[in-house]
Ligand binder design. Sequence first.
Ligand code: TRP
Length: 327
Amino acid sequence: MKKRRVLSGMRPTGKTHVGHLHGILENWRDLQDQYECFYFAADWHALTSEYKNTAIIKESLTEMIIDWLSVGIDPRRSTLFVQSWVKEHAELHLLLSMITPLGWLERNPTYKEQQEELAEKDIGTYGFLGYPVLQAADILMYKGNFVPVGKDQLPHLEITREIARRFNYLYREVFPCPEALLTQVPNLGGIDGRKMSKSYNNAIFISDSPDVLAAKIEQMITDPQRAYRKDPGDPDVCGLFPYHRIYSEPAVVAEINGECRQAGVGCRDCKRILLQKLQEYLTSIQEKRRYYLAHLEEVKGIIHEGTERAREVAQHTMGEVREALGL
Ligand code: TRP
């Protein structure tokens, strides 16, 4: 039986942090067992917010794909590619833009949110409004059945589905209607307790050295009500505890959960345990990163090969699309 297809993309806008790792990349890795996967660097999407500082895109792109490889995304099983190298995405974006009502885009909650959040970036552009149309082109191009994304991307996926239905209705049935594979994103806050984000400068990167990790864990905010070691703490409001859930064995998590509430364990000890686990966890990923960083030609070969494979599929789809439109 033919494997069903998964497709997802990530914007190269900076270093990979542990939120990406556990929220997205490990999921991408595991999906390879069951599906035919296409994963790509969405550099045109990155451009919608970074058009004034395009250097960041180039700096992040290869490293981001190295991070994918280091986490176990396997180029022999999955197709890894760069969006802007497959120009068909631009053509499909244009054609889909013809049938996408403005209202769908203007009503998009992500659009409004980002406008406010990234106020300093001037994203009142045509390109940014069309972000979901480009995303629809990415997904529909490969006739993806499933799209692994976090909750924040659901409105975009909904627009993709509407565009697919509208295309199929207006012309002919070309696109399957893709479904979201909702990723459970663990609640890993930044070291200051706010949402982890590179613009807040509070992220833990998978490339952080042991020293940097130690300094970051040291700074992490635990239960703010717990002023003294003798006070009981509350793991439910502690910024550290969700990390234990990921990195420590279940027995340790249970013990910390119980002991913290009775002041049996202090924040300092708790941080020491976490630091060790986190370092252990990242060691093997970092070893692989070092390997790929020292073998950039191999990485480039992987990306070129993946892009060729993606392009073949894209050209096939575009043939059908042009024909459906009578072009
Ligand atoms: N918008 C996605 C994000 O910010 C990135 C993306 C671009 C994407 N194209 C996609 C995700 C296609 C899934 C499918 O995370």
